[in-house]
Design a protein around this ligand. Structure first.
Ligand code: ADP
Length: 226
C-alpha cells in the first residue's frame, strides 16, 4: 500500500506531441482512482509514466516515499494488469503467477503459498496446470490479476483490463477486481473509457481532457452535476 503523488507531471513525445500537461494528483493509500476521458486524452501515457514504462518529461512521480522518475520499472513495487493479459504462452497458470516472484528470489515455499492463496481467491485452482491457450478470456484475465496479487505490490495499475471481455464477463470481473482491491487495501490506478466501469470502481475519478486534469471527484460529484 502506498500513496502516489504526481507533481506537475508532463509528457511530450519525441515527435513533439504533448500528451500530458501539468498533472497534479495525490492518490491516497488504498484508494481506487479511475482515469477517464476521451480517446487520446493521455490516460495511457499517464499510467505508463507511473509504471515506469514511459519517460517523464517534466515534474515528478512519487510512490510512497520514493520519487520514481529515475528508477527502473523493475525496481518499483507495482504490478500492472494489461488489456491483452500479457501471459507467457509456454508457461502454465501456476508458472505465470510465480514468475515475477522467482525473479525476485522469493523463497519457494513463500511462492507456493502466495500462488495457492491467489488461486483460491480467484477460483483458479482447477486451472493451475493449464497453459493460457486452454483458458477462456475471463480466466486469462484472472491469471493476470493473480500474477499481480502474488507480488503484494504497493499499487496496482490497470490499463483497460476488461476491454477484451464480453459484456457479461466485464460486469462480473469488475466486481471481482473491486472486491479484491478492497480486501487487499492496495492502492489502484485504473484506466478505462467505459463510464459505467469507472462509476462502479472509483473512489475518485480523474477526468482528463487534452492531457490536462479537467475534474477530480467521486463518481457522484463527476456524473451528477446539477
Ligand atoms: P489515451 O490513453 O487517453 O487514449 P494516449 O496516452 O494513448 O491517450 O495518447 C495521448 C496522446 O499522445 C495522443 O495524441 C497520442 O496520439 C499521443 N501518443 C501516444 N503514444 C505516443 C507515442 N509513442 N509517440 C507519439 N505520440 C504518442
Amino acid at each position: 500500500m502506498a500513496e502516489i503523488t504526481l507533481k506537475n507531471v508532463g509528457k511530450t513525445y519525441a515527435g513533439g506531441v504533448t500528451a500530458v500537461s501539468e498533472v497534479n494528483l495525490e492518490i491516497r493509500d488504498g484508494e481506487f482512482i479511475v482515469l477517464v476521458g476521451p480517446s487520446g486524452c493521455g490516460k495511457s501515457t499517464l499510467l505508463r509514466m507511473v509504471a515506469g514504462l514511459e519517460e517523464i518529461s517534466t515534474g515528478e512521480v512519487a510512490i510512497g516515499a520514493r520519487v520514481v522518475n529515475k528508477i527502473e520499472p523493475s525496481e518499483r513495487d507495482i504490478a500492472m494488469v494489461f488489456q491483452n493479459y500479457a501471459l507467457y504462452p509456454h508457461m502454465t497458470v501456476r508458472e505465470n503467477m510465480a514468475y515475477g516472484l522467482k525473479n525476485r528470489k522469493t523463497p519457494k515455499g513463500e511462492i507456493e503459498a502466495r500462488v495457492a492463496e491467489a488461486a483460491r481467491m480467484l477460483e483458479l485452482n482447477a486451472y493451475l496446470d493449464r497453459k493460457p491457450r486452454a483458458l477462456s478470456g475471463g480466466q486469462r484475465q484472472r491469471v493476470a490479476m493473480g500474477r499481480a496479487i502474488v507480488r503484494q505490490p504497493e499499487a496496482f495499475l490497470f490499463d483497460e483490463p476488461l476491454s477484451n471481455l464480453d459484456a457479461k464477463l466485464r460486469v462480473s470481473m469488475r466486481g471481482e477486481i473491486r472486491k479484491l482491491q478492497r480486501r487487499l487495501g492496495t492502492t489502484a490506478l485504473y484506466v478505462t473509457h467505459d463510464q459505467l466501469e469507472a462509476m462502479t470502481l472509483a473512489d475518485r475519478l480523474v477526468v482528463l481532457n487534452g492531457g490536462r486534469v479537467e475534474q477530480v471527484g467521486t463518481p457522484l460529484e463527476v456524473y451528477h452535476r446539477p
